[in-house]
Write a protein that binds this ligand. Structure first.
Ligand SMILES: [Cu+2]
Length: 138
C-alpha cells in the first residue's frame, strides 16, 4: 500500500528531527566545555575560605573575568540567617573584584558567604565559603 503524501512528509520530518537530535548530542559535550570556559570563576577571596580573621571590614571576591553587576550579589549568613548588609559593589581599582563593605563589625562567630556572579555571557555562577571571626585571633 502506497503511503499518503502526508505520512511521507511526516516520516521525513521525524527522520530529520532524529538526525538533528543525534547531531546536538554529539556536539553537547564540546559546547558544555566552551560554555564552562566563558563562565567566570572565583579566583580569590578575603576573607579566604575557612580563614579565621581577627576582624573584617569588607568581603572581597576576585573573579577570573569582569562580572556583570546586574545579577551579582554577595550575602553573608550567620547561623543560616542572612545579615542585612546592603549591596555588593564593583571595585574601582580592579574590575574583576566585587566588594561587600561591612558598615558594622561582625561579632565573633562563624559566617557563611554565598555569592552569585553574572558571567559576561549572561549565565550566573554561584558559590559559597565559610570564615570565622575571632577577635583575639592573630
Ligand atoms: Cu554560559
Amino acid at each position: 500500500m502506497a503511503k499518503s503524501p502526508i505520512t511521507d512528509a511526516r516520516d521525513r520530518i521525524l527522520t530529520g528531527l532524529a538526525v538533528a537530535a543525534i547531531a546536538i548530542m554529539a556536539f553537547a559535550p564540546g559546547r558544555a566545555l566552551i560554555a564552562e570556559r566563558l563562565h567566570l570563576r572565583l579566583e580569590a577571596s578575603a576573607p579566604a575560605a575557612d580563614q579565621i580573621v581577627s576582624g573584617v571590614d569588607q568581603i572581597r571576591l576576585e573573579f577570573s573575568q569582569t562580572p556583570q553587576m546586574t545579577g551579582t550579589r554577595i550575602r553573608v549568613l550567620s547561623a543560616g540567617a542572612p545579615l542585612d548588609l546592603g549591596d555588593a559593589i564593583a571595585s574601582e581599582e580592579d574590575e574583576t573584584v566585587v566588594l561587600l563593605p561591612l558598615s558594622t563589625e561582625l561579632r565573633d562567630g562563624a559566617y557563611e558567604v554565598r555569592w552569585r556572579a553574572m558571567s559576561q555571557d549572561g549565565h550566573p555562577v554561584t558559590g559559597d565559603f565559610a570564615f570565622t571571626v575571632e577577635t583575639r585571633a592573630r
